[in-house]
Ligand binder design. Structure first.
Ligand SMILES: [Zn+2]
Length: 395
């Protein structure tokens, strides 16, 4: 008979301490320090205290692969690398502070909050979280409208993933549109426009045919084409409407409404807000001073190659966009200076059909009457270069 001997296994757990490595090292480049301070402040407002100076954190510049903006290394302490070229490039554009904050907060989301990538969308098709990233989803960019009321939501969501979706994502702001009256209109039904001068312009030719204004761009870049309206101020409340038709083959080419300040208006810098669509039924919202559009969303009321009515209501600092009379998107304006430019975005070298223009002002505004009365000369078209970059780097 074989006798089975009882035995026991003793597992020795060996833990090595390296005196040369400081697990609690805190070393954050001064470029990033303000964002770490903000992160801790935002966390504190939500009842969390990370004591990062005691716990340790390294954030440093790196030279990351092309297309990678930031990288989080799960060591002790957490080490975050930020691509130097991307960081510097973003500094040249509008929204630099927010773009940089979002990047640092995303990486700290990984390293400090233990969050993984989350590529789900809200009910209006915007990214649910600034933790979106990694492998691309349906070839969509990671652009997130991390501004204004959305920033507050995205911060809540960053610290508490179960944060409910606020209603502003789907519901339009309440605006009394009865309080607005049209001050300028043109349906282009007569052979000449009542407001605009057709003809040959630098980089384009403009004609009125078959009841529409036809803008033929000869430019190699996408252009915002603006007309300056006497006595109109972009900082006041207004409703701007156009019907557009873009019939050419490039389904991704963007066209739509643009409005803002032209560079030659006194000492002001050029700044043009835009809501543009394409024939893939995407809506893009942005401002030409930024490196890239704020975000993109799918909108099924867009009729590819058909006539699409775009309407923008500005009330206070909020812009509401309607496409074919269906609410599409609302967000804060990025235009902060006075200006009088209104117009549209035309894809490079393409033809855009424009119809049913209407500019309305609040009935109470004295400027409403002045705009109409002072329009003795017909309006010109001023093209503004508008590079809408497609890519925001992975993170
Ligand atoms: Zn990430």
């Amino acid at each position: 008979m074989k006798k089975q001997l009882p035995y026991s296994i003793i597992i020795f757990v060996s833990v090595s301490f390296f005196s040369c490595q400081d697990w609690n090292e805190y070393r954050v480049n001064s470029d990033f320090e303000p964002y770490v301070v903000r992160f801790e402040m935002e966390a504190k407002q939500r009842g969390e205290d990370f004591h990062l100076r005691e716990r340790g954190l390294i954030i440093e510049f790196g030279d990351l692969d092309n297309g990678v903006a930031g990288l989080c290394h799960y060591g002790k302490p957490i080490r975050i690398e930020i691509d130097r070229a991307y960081w510097n490039e973003m500094g040249k554009y509008g929204g630099a502070d927010l773009i940089r904050e979002e990047l640092i907060f995303h990486e700290m989301g990984h390293g400090i909050l233990g969050r993984k990538h989350l590529n789900t969308t809200l009910s209006n098709d915007e990214w649910k979280s600034i933790m979106c990233g990694g492998n691309k989803v349906e070839d969509r960019s990671w652009n997130t409208n991390y501004r204004g009321q959305r920033r507050a939501y995205y911060l809540d969501e960053l610290f508490t993933e179960s944060t409910a979706e606020p209603s502003f994502f789907t519901l339009p702001p309440v605006i009394d549109s009865e309080a607005f009256i049209p001050v300028l209109t043109d349906n282009f039904d007569s052979a000449s426009s009542s407001l605009w001068k057709p003809g040959i312009y630098p980089g384009s030719s403009v004609s009125i045919e078959n009841g529409m204004l036809i803008y033929r761009s000869k430019s190699t870049a996408n252009m915002a084409v603006l007309s300056e309206i006497p006595h109109f101020n972009i900082q006041s409340d207004f409703i701007l409407e156009y019907t557009f038709q873009y019939k050419e083959q490039a389904d991704s080419a963007k066209y739509g409404i643009a409005f803002g300040t032209l560079a030659n208006s006194g000492s002001y810098k050029e700044s043009v807000d835009f809501f543009v669509i394409n024939n893939n039924r995407q809506l893009y919202n942005g401002n030409t001073t930024w490196h890239s559009y704020f975000t993109q969303v799918k909108r099924y009321q867009i009729i590819p190659k058909g006539k699409n009515k775009l309407k923008i209501i500005q009330s206070g600092n909020m812009l509401s966009c309607y496409i074919n009379d269906v609410f599409a998107y609302a967000s804060e304006t990025e235009n902060t200076q006075p200006g009088s430019g209104i117009g549209f975005m035309v894809p490079a070298g393409q033809t855009l059909y424009v119809d049913d223009f209407r500019l309305s002002k609040r009935t109470t505004a004295a400027a409403a009457a002045r705009i109409r009365k002072s329009l003795t000369d017909k309006l010109n078209f001023t093209p503004v270069m508008s590079i809408i970059n497609e890519i925001k780097n992975n993170k």
